[in-house]
Design a protein around this ligand. Sequence first.
Ligand SMILES: C[S@@+](CC[C@H](N)C(=O)[O-])C[C@H]1O[C@@H](n2cnc3c(N)ncnc32)[C@H](O)[C@@H]1O
Length: 171
Amino acid sequence: MSLLVNVIISIFFLVVAYIIASLYYPMLVGGAAYSPTPRKTVADALKLADLKKDEVFYDLGCGTGEALIEASKLSDHVKGVEIEPIRWFIAKLRARKAKVILGNFFKQDISDADVIFIFQYQGRINNRIVKKIKTETRSETRIISYQHPIEGMKLIKSQNEIFIYKKIRSV
Ligand SMILES: C[S@@+](CC[C@H](N)C(=O)[O-])C[C@H]1O[C@@H](n2cnc3c(N)ncnc32)[C@H](O)[C@@H]1O
């Protein structure tokens, strides 16, 4: 076999290995693997959360930008954080009006958030995100969790697999 064929086969396997690893490696830093939220579900969630034009929206772990695209139709201040470079780049290309940040959302300042969208995992990961949200955000901030109910917050609305929360007020 020629050297060129060997090089092409090696590159092919490296690319396939990277694509498979990229789906799951966010789990190593404490986040969910990749799975996009259907656009219709995002639209329903944003309607339920009543996202407004002047409000700041975050998708923590924005994937390829489904939620950012829908949120940009309603708000002028849409931000996404994604740790995986290829998905970050795709989201940046697709969600032109949004600010798409490459990085770990646990290290992102979210103190300006009005609405936060998460599609992560129930239990340890969401508990860690909730702790961050409780420490950094205002009491009016709404949290949308897709598929996974979260603990330690006040459920204000739900529809199918969409759950909307606010912080529990301390008395
Ligand atoms: C289930 S997908 C949801 C994607 C998108 N939010 C959506 O609903 O279509 C979870 C995403 O979070 C990203 N992610 C996981 N942990 C992360 C972290 N610590 N910081 C930034 N992104 C993270 C993953 O790479 C993946 O793209």
